[in-house]
Ligand binder design. Structure first.
Ligand code: PLP
Length: 429
């Protein structure tokens, strides 16, 4: 019998961050007291101008009908103004494609560029979806491992060593998910100098966390003229304006053949981003920068709490994130340790006495036996069952020593979550 599902979809991994977020939501809906440190989205509400624009657009005929595949001209102009004003980069509206979230912009660009066997350089740790998108395009990921010593940044030398005759694309994210690393202008200049020697290599510069930057100005790889024509900037309103649910992103690229290819893909798949979401995004870009600055300030305060609390947990090491809203602590000093059922150890129960039996959920570990933690996914299962804290395994990002904690949540939850993590780690034997 022929397989029901395609080989393509069967080889695809599920997004671990979405999976853990959904599991966390499910457990909460069932009444469990779970602290969620999984979500990659700001907990703020978007600027008021956004809902006002949506309310106005609701009665507008155009908003409920098809629009241009590339996105509304007025929105593309707003994106061009943003690039000019904030990044000193000049783009024309024809060089912008509005997409269903930044995710679709990346997907379009990968599908438009990659032939089977083409190599894509991915510095790791990196966002969970890149490698799966490359897989769908039948490309080959070339992972370049970065370490805490370089603050999880790829050096120009590492890049040079990774490039081969088959390299088609470099995919770089700054500020980075999950490590929070931010490349400086000098570091990007060195990378641009390497790329100058390889004129066939394109770059996807994922700048979705541009505004969540704690160290200063954002630098775009597109600001280096020698490679600017080959850089695809990816951005959107999800993270800066707390608009993840609007699913609104965009790409900016000087290569018109690539823009046309992405439009062809888009025209044959989603047609265009939702008109209401486009009106909402346009309003966000017209908003004052105060909103973004306040959001960033809030994240900076949360980051300080996270870093302080993590530094007090024995054996946990964490490179301070310079951007985004994730901490990526190395918890591997606890690998090899064991845990036993919380119910068999009532002396350690403290406020976890309302520990509920999760074992009816097939994907969680049964705590009735002594179990060894030997990976980041063992660790996140343990933290969920023992501490009722949901986070994401580092293995999903290419670094099994670490777990990812999102601090895009309120400070009391962060404090309670990390307190529970510390208590759970201290119980390991
Ligand atoms: N790029 C990175 C690095 C992300 O972390 C995310 C979302 O978490 C995206 C892109 C996708 O953003 P959007 O929600 O706009 O699709």
């Amino acid at each position: 019998m022929k397989p029901f599902l395609s080989n393509r979809v069967q080889s695809l991994s599920e997004s671990q961050s979405l999976k853990m977020s959904q599991l966390c939501a499910q457990l909460r809906a069932e009444g469990h007291d779970v602290i969620g440190l999984t979500l990659g989205e700001p907990d703020a509400t978007p600027p008021p101008v956004v809902s006002e624009a949506v309310a106005k657009a609701l009665s507008d005929y155009a908003s409920s009908h098809y629009g241009p595949v590339a996105g509304m001209l007025s929105l593309r102009k707003a994106v061009c103004r943003k690039l000019q004003n904030e990044n000193s980069l000049t783009y024309a509206p024809e060089e912008i494609v509005v997409t269903v979230g930044a995710k679709q912009a990346i997907f379009n660009a990968i599908l438009a560029l990659i032939n089977p066997g083409d190599e894509v350089i991915l510095p790791t740790p990196c966002w969970v979806s890149y490698s799966e998108m490359v897989k769908l395009a039948e490309g080959k990921c070339v992972f370049v491992k970065t370490t805490p010593e370089s603050r999880y940044k790829m050096s120009a030398e590492q890049l040079r060593q990774a490039v081969t005759g088959k390299t088609k694309l470099l995919l770089l994210c700054s500020p980075n998910n999950p490590t929070g690393s931010v490349y400086s202008k000098d570091e990007f200049r060195a990378i641009a100098e390497v790329l100058r020697d390889y004129p066939d290599v394109f770059v996807i510069a994922d700048e979705i966390y541009e505004h969540i930057n704690y160290v200063g100005e954002h630098c775009s790889l597109a600001s280096f003229p020698e490679i600017a024509d080959r850089v695809v900037i990816i951005n959107g309103v999800s993270k800066a304006y707390a608009m993840t649910g609007y699913r609104l992103g965009w790409m900016a690229c000087h290569s018109l053949p690539l823009v046309k290819a992405c439009l062809k893909l888009q025209g044959q798949s989603v047609t265009h981003a939702t008109m209401l979401a486009q009106c909402a995004a346009e309003a966000a870009y017209l908003d004052t920068p105060d909103y973004v600055a306040q959001l960033r300030q809030g994240f900076a305060e949360r980051k300080a709490v996270v870093m302080q609390m993590l530094s007090e947990i024995p054996g946990v090491k964490c490179v301070e994130p310079d951007g985004a809203f994730y901490a990526f602590p190395d918890v591997s000093s606890y690998y090899g340790k064991k845990y036993r059922s919380a119910s068999s150890d009532s002396t350690n129960s403290t406020d976890l006495t309302n520990f509920t039996n999760f074992t009816n959920l097939s994907n969680l570990t049964n705590l009735s036996n002594l179990t060894t933690i030997s990976s980041s996914s063992d660790m996140v299962n343990y933290l969920l069952t023992e501490a009722h804290v949901a986070c994401v395994a580092g293995s999903a990002f290419g670094e099994d020593k670490c777990i990812r904690l999102s601090f895009a949540t309120d400070i009391p939850s962060i404090r309670e979550g990390i307190r529970r993590i510390a208590a759970a780690l201290s119980k390991l034997v």
